[in-house]
Unconditional design. Structure first.
Length: 307
């Protein structure tokens, strides 16, 4: 119990303080969230990814294992969520929003800070987290949009727009420079380091501000079983995959903790953009984030015992 309390204080409490700060700032000053989001996606996150991938010694086998894990994990989550939606006999639009709340987990705004605090900036742990983050972003802005949009031109445009984002290029450049032992000039390294250091604070403040804009009805329905799948069933599925694949040590622990993250804000953003049960999507994001204060602590505690 003492260790769980320590995890809550040292890992999650700082994160929720930052989220609360974003919430208060948004309520008081009405921040320009569109600008903050653009800065985060196009400036701070690429800087963060570049620094983390450039600093660590990447092993191709780790990259392969994490990618295989992610694909299997998402596939099994889809089967679980899709089965529940079929049993409930939901219309396709509502089922898509509910399924997305399970498939899209917050590996960036929430997962990266948790990883950074739990593993004390361990480059191997963060590299595994960044791979998950990159895969999740690709998945969200391809399948996530495709699942909601019905117009073919819109789907193609969404896919093409992803490749205009600097995140993937920061990743590729960092990997190339890393493997070829190319030194980064000091003035460039200082710049990207500043951007990397700002990413976590900006991401958490943005998350809090986004939550402040959500209107809730708090009508408890069977839909909230999807929160249970995201926070409880998700980590159990991940643990089974990790054990079957024989992934151990820091990487195994990282993937287990990453699987416990709450629903990504992007699932709500997509639902709102395409007017697909946006209120339901927003509530699922908020409630899963709230309940994760308990479930993530438990998963972190168990990860110390299992790995």
């Amino acid at each position: 119990m003492a260790e769980m309390i320590f995890i809550l204080k040292s890992v999650l409490l700082p994160i929720f303080i930052m989220i609360s700060l974003g919430y208060v700032l948004q309520k008081r000053f009405k921040l320009d969230l569109s600008t903050l989001a653009k800065l985060n996606i196009n400036v701070f996150v690429p800087g963060f990814i570049f620094v983390k991938f450039y600093k660590t010694s990447l092993a191709l086998d780790m990259l392969f294992y994490v990618m295989v894990f992610f694909i299997i994990y998402v596939a099994l989550l889809y089967v679980a969520a899709y089965s529940i939606s079929k049993v409930q006999n939901l219309d396709k639009a509502k089922a898509t929003t509910l399924n997305n709340s399970v498939l899209f987990f917050n590996s960036g705004n929430y997962g990266a800070p948790v990883n950074d605090l739990v593993f004390k900036s361990d480059p191997v742990a963060m590299s595994a987290q960044v791979i998950v983050l990159t895969m999740q972003n690709i998945f969200t802005f391809t399948y996530g949009v495709f699942a909601i949009q019905s117009v073919q031109i819109g789907k193609l445009k969404a896919l093409l727009n992803y490749f205009k984002m600097p995140i993937i290029y920061a990743l590729v450049l960092a990997v190339i420079l890393n493997y070829n032992d190319v030194a980064v000039p000091d003035f460039i390294w200082t710049t990207v380091s500043y951007l990397s250091d700002a990413m976590i604070a900006i991401a958490l403040i943005l998350l809090g501000a986004q939550i402040a804009n959500i209107k809730f009805s708090f009508k408890w329905t069977s839909s909230y079983i999807y929160i249970f799948i995201r926070l409880i069933i998700g980590p159990l599925i991940a643990l089974a995959i990790i054990k079957v694949m024989g992934i151990d040590g820091v990487v195994g622990q990282t993937l287990f903790i990453a699987s416990a993250m709450p629903t990504s804000v992007n699932s709500s953003v997509i639902a709102q953009e395409y007017d697909n049960y946006p209120e339901l999507a927003a509530e699922l994001v908020f409630l899963s984030t709230l309940f994760s204060a308990i479930t993530v602590v438990i998963v972190i505690y168990l990860s110390h015992m299992i790995f």
